[in-house]
Ligand binder design. Structure first.
Ligand SMILES: [Zn+2]
Length: 250
């Protein structure tokens, strides 16, 4: 089991390495396949050894070996988090289509979170890829899962659309599309858990930022990261959270 977890962590960290490429290039409108990874400052191409997730960052001592340009600590962080999430998804679902779907889902959420924090946008491209991959992966699980996913897609999308209209722009188009995608992967019940958690954590943190004066009333705060957080929690522990919540009412 330890060996399997280590392998899956490595797989996740490697996917995280690709997500780093997406995170930098997609908002800039660049291709994610070419040119190969290189130093932004001097253009030095990164060799195979330099691309080993997490370890290469420390091996290169966080800088380009040719020009000394520092590399962001965000690279190993994204790789590490993606690796941990891949292992958690396998622990939760075992060898099943759910795991494959879960890996795609968490990858989308990691990329979207970092991009939304930096640019305040959720690129359509990522959401579309997520939906296109999600449909067959959800359908392969079972018919009820597919129906629940489609219902979740519509319901979560509509719910955020209504909030966007009522709050007059407090919620962006990207948030609406991301919520719909989450509905597809999570199904109706778990996407409700995800949205509840997103608004709860987002609301509490928003009040904290206002009270401490770190943000003003007019400052836009990206909501994508909260959606992603709720989505990951609901994927891994959704049914337990529902049971736990219901136990209060019995
Ligand atoms: Zn360089």
């Amino acid at each position: 089991m330890v060996l399997e977890m280590l392998l899956v962590f490595t797989l996740g960290a490697s996917v995280g390495s690709f997500l780093n490429v997406c995170i930098y290039r997609i908002p800039a409108g660049q291709s994610v396949v070419s040119p190969p990874s290189h130093c932004f400052a001097c253009g030095e191409k990164l060799g195979l050894v330099d691309l080993v997730p997490i370890l290469s960052y420390f091996y290169l001592r966080a800088k380009c070996r040719r020009c000394g340009e520092p590399f962001s600590g965000q690279y190993p962080l994204v790789e590490f988090i993606t690796g941990v999430l891949f292992a958690l998804v396998l622990l939760r679902f075992g060898v099943a289509w759910e795991t494959l779907a879960g890996w795609v889902f968490v990858s989308v959420l990691v990329a979207v979170t970092v991009i939304d924090i930096h640019h305040r946008i959720i690129p359509d491209k990522i959401v579309i890829v997520g939906v296109v991959l999600g449909l067959p992966l959800v359908a392969l699980q079972s018919w009820p899962t597919l129906w629940s996913g489609l219902a979740g897609f519509v319901a979560a999308g509509l719910f955020l659309l209504v909030i966007a209209v009522v709050s007059r722009g407090g919620m962006g188009g990207g948030d609406i599309k991301l919520a719909a995608l989450m509905g597809l992967y999570l199904g109706l019940q778990n996407v409700a858990v995800a949205l509840f958690l997103a608004f709860l954590v987002g609301g509490v943190f928003g009040i904290f930022l206002l009270v401490t004066g770190l943000k003003g009333r007019k400052d836009a705060v990206p909501f994508g990261p909260y959606l992603a957080l709720g989505g990951i929690a609901a994927l891994l522990w959704g049914s337990q959270l529902v049971k736990w919540y219901l136990s209060f009412w019995q």
